[in-house]
Design a binder for this molecule. Structure first.
Ligand SMILES: *[C@@H]1O[C@H](CO)[C@@H](O)[C@H](O)[C@H]1NC(C)=O
Ligand SMILES: *[C@@H]1O[C@H](CO)[C@@H](O)[C@H](O)[C@H]1NC(C)=O
Ligand SMILES: *[C@@H]1O[C@H](CO)[C@@H](O)[C@H](O)[C@H]1NC(C)=O
Ligand SMILES: *[C@@H]1O[C@H](CO)[C@@H](O)[C@H](O)[C@H]1NC(C)=O
Ligand SMILES: *[C@@H]1O[C@H](CO)[C@@H](O)[C@H](O)[C@H]1NC(C)=O
Length: 525
């Protein structure tokens, strides 16, 4: 009797062991998952149904409700910087691209020594395709997506073009002549014949075509950088019709654009299901920055907007949907940043290698997303930009200069860091902002009225501001005086990063960018 138990136990183990081995072997031979990364443009925090928006997003709501919603997820406050960090896994200070965006005539691009995400996915055995907005530089051919890791590319190289004509207008130096020209390419060739096709439809059709043609035996990396929902505010009428109850005309058209984008995400996931790829797909949805309240976007209840380092500029809508998630239907409050996707997708999802990259700032978040383990990221440098200027200042803050007299090193003079410089850093629940962070108003949702003028004035800004953004995501309680030790620690961290920054690259416009009266925007060197 006494020995019976251990005996039975042993016998049990003998049967189990080979079974476990088989399971593990099966696990390791599983093919690398397909990766579909959908990046929305200027999509605000309060513009998705599951954040309580009046804008209807049934596909995003449903897909994310079966996935993992990332609710403590950060992006950069602008297009080029977010895309740059997504592609390099590195902070902007590492590439000299900490200032603004790449304007059409500026002769620079993401440094060519940076190894980009699609190159690494290709090395991991993936087919790599990109559809949509590049915005990472194009003055010479070596900067183009097809030279930087993508097998195929269909899209536009700059930003802000017309959604129907695919034309972009820009000033050409030195006479500041306004040039409007096509910005649409298939591979490296100019793509003509798409006039009148709405960008969201055009790009979705291209994406579903790639999915339909894809050999399921080969892992697919598909980067979909939608033009939606960036200005200009344009959308086919049928998408606006359900929004007659929104009085603000900007918000109304914007809502229609969001609906078209939501339909696009539905079509893309349907194509993945129809082809049978979905069962082994990881789909990421992310915005590139906060909403632009000047053109219909909204980040309520968060403070600020696109082009600012307030939460409304950098806290992003994002989620992961995949049958491979261990806990579908959950919300993650772990700190995750757009620079984390490179190691997450290459190491975590694809099982590849980041060999050959420069030192990464991103972390592999696959376990955090897939299994809900805690995030390895404790700190996040939002940015340091000594040249910051607000190209669309908010009412009452027409110029950063009006702030200058109030700004002095004051009690923080020992830190080494020049606190008049526009910067922000996060450590655990703390966020420190220095200099002028950008438009600091809270913009209430323009739900039922013409809300364009109703932004609540904020209290005076200080050169150094500290918030506990876990407890106070709306950045209402400035607490630097209560926690000088935290301020000093974070200023020291900023100083550490500032010393390691590459000098800003922001060249003057090159007149050779001019595509001429019949040409298209593209490489000129
Ligand atoms: C062109 O625009 C720039 C920047 O706005 C300005 O500094 C410059 O004087 C303008 N040049 C001409 C010829 O108008
Ligand atoms: C989605 O697919 C439907 C059916 O093919 C089509 O009518 C619609 O235009 C597509 N929507 C988008 C945004 O591509
Ligand atoms: C990294 O790449 C280099 C050159 O491409 C190669 O020599 C080296 O073996 C690689 N290392 C690993 C760990 O893959
Ligand atoms: C601090 O930075 C500002 C720009 O934000 C600059 O004008 C000023 O000269 C700097 N001060 C010092 C002491 O470097
Ligand atoms: C909102 O109303 C104001 C004043 O009534 C008007 O000047 C402004 O043009 C309106 N804005 C929009 C976007 O309709």
């Amino acid at each position: 009797m006494v020995v019976a138990k251990p005996f039975r136990f042993t016998a049990f183990c003998i049967c189990l062991v080979p079974y476990i081995v088989i399971l593990e072997a099966k696990e390791t031979v599983r093919k690398p998952p397909h990766v579909v990364f959908i990046l929305a443009d200027d999509y605000g925090w309060n513009d998705v149904g599951y954040h309580g928006s009046e804008i209807r997003t049934p596909n995003l709501d449903k897909l994310s409700s079966q996935g993992v919603r990332l609710e403590n997820y950060y992006v950069q406050p602008l297009c080029t910087p977010s895309r740059n960090q997504l592609m390099t896994g590195r902070y902007q200070i590492r590439t000299g691209m900490q200032h603004q965006i790449i304007w059409p005539c500026q002769p620079y691009c993401v440094p060519l020594q940076e190894k980009l995400l699609p190159q690494l996915m290709r090395e991991a055995g993936y087919a790599t395709h990109m559809v949509g907005k590049w915005h990472l530089g194009m003055y010479k051919k070596d900067c183009l997506p097809t030279r930087r890791g993508f097998d195929s590319y269909f899209g536009y190289l700059t930003g802000s073009e017309d959604h129907f004509t695919h034309y972009r207008c820009s000033l050409i130096p030195p006479q500041n002549l306004t040039r409007c020209a096509l910005d649409l390419r298939d591979g490296e060739e100019v793509a003509t014949g798409f006039t009148g096709q709405y960008s969201t439809h055009l790009f979705t059709e291209r994406v579903t075509g790639i999915i339909a043609k894809h050999d399921p035996q080969k892992p697919l990396f598909l980067y979909v950088a939608l033009q939606a929902v960036h200005a200009p505010l344009q959308v086919p009428k049928r998408y606006v019709e359900p929004y007659g109850f929104i009085q603000d005309p900007h918000r109304r058209v914007y809502a229609g654009m969001v609906s078209a984008m939501d339909e696009a995400v539905g079509n893309i996931t349907q194509a993945l299901r129809d082809t049978g790829l979905w069962g082994n797909t990881v789909l990421v949805f992310s915005t590139d920055n906060g909403g632009q309240t000047l053109t219909g976007g909204n980040n309520w209840p968060l403070r600020g907007r696109k082009w600012s380092l307030w939460e409304g500029g950098v806290r992003g809508v994002g989620f992961v949907a995949s049958p491979l998630l261990a806990f579908p239907g959950t919300v993650s409050r772990e700190l995750i940043h757009i620079s984390d996707w490179l190691p997450t997708l290459v190491l975590g999802v694809a099982g590849g290698s980041t060999n050959g990259t420069q030192p990464l700032d991103g972390f592999n978040m696959w376990k955090t997303i897939r299994k809900g383990t805690s995030s390895p990221r404790l700190e996040l440098l939002h940015n340091i930009d000594p040249l910051y200027d607000d190209v669309a200042p908010c009412p009452g803050r027409e110029s950063t200069l009006t702030l200058a007299p109030a700004l002095s090193q004051g009690q923080w003079s020992d830190s080494g860091f020049n606190v008049t410089v526009h910067a922000a850093i996060r450590y655990k629940s703390w966020k420190l902002l220095t200099g002028y962070p950008g438009c600091d108003h809270w913009f209430p949702p323009p739900r039922l009225s013409n809300g364009s003028e109703t932004s609540r004035p904020a209290s005076p800004l200080k050169p150094v501001m500290l918030f506990n953004v876990e407890a106070d995501p709306e950045e209402k309680q400035e607490v630097s005086e209560k926690h000088p030790e935290v301020v000093n620690f974070l200023l020291a961290r900023l100083w550490h990063y500032q010393k390691a920054s590459k000098p800003i690259v922001f060249p003057d416009d090159d007149p050779r960018c001019d595509p001429g009266p019949t040409g298209a925007w593209g490489p000129w060197e």
